[in-house]
Design a protein around this ligand. Structure first.
Ligand SMILES: [Zn+2]
Length: 124
């Protein structure tokens, strides 16, 4: 029976990703995910941890911009102002970046699953 093994593997991988798969790839900064900010606003990206303008962290509850798809947070006022100067363009750039990251994460996850499956088939 190999099927249940694959199912278990998938669950394990999903949890592994949920545990360490926040936005801080290559950086160890903790906390301040947009989803953890309790301002009752609809979040543009609940997993946002970094400023969309400069990539700085942590993001702050008081520096935000509301779009029709939710609230985006910034690390400092300077970045918020930069974003506001050209909101549509900035938002498009940010959305593109998010999409790319999501696709990259999916690729990595699939790659990891493939590797784990291979290991299992080799009896490891
Ligand atoms: Zn910034």
């Amino acid at each position: 029976m190999k099927t249940w093994k694959a199912v278990v593997l998938m669950i394990v991988l999903l949890f592994a990703f949920a545990g360490c798969g926040n936005d801080s790839v290559g950086g160890a900064e903790t906390g301040n995910m947009a989803g953890q900010i309790e301002d009752e606003a609809n979040k543009f990206n609940p997993r946002q941890t970094k400023c969309p303008v400069c990539g700085g962290a942590p993001i702050k509850a008081e520096f935000y911009y509301d779009t029709n798809r939710g609230r985006i947070y910034f690390d400092k006022e300077e970045c918020l102002n930069k974003f506001k100067q050209n909101p549509e363009e900035s938002l498009r750039a940010y959305t593109d970046k998010l999409m790319q990251k999501r696709m990259q994460e999916e690729r990595q996850m699939r790659q990891r699953m493939r590797e784990e499956a291979q290991k299992m088939q080799q009896g490891g």
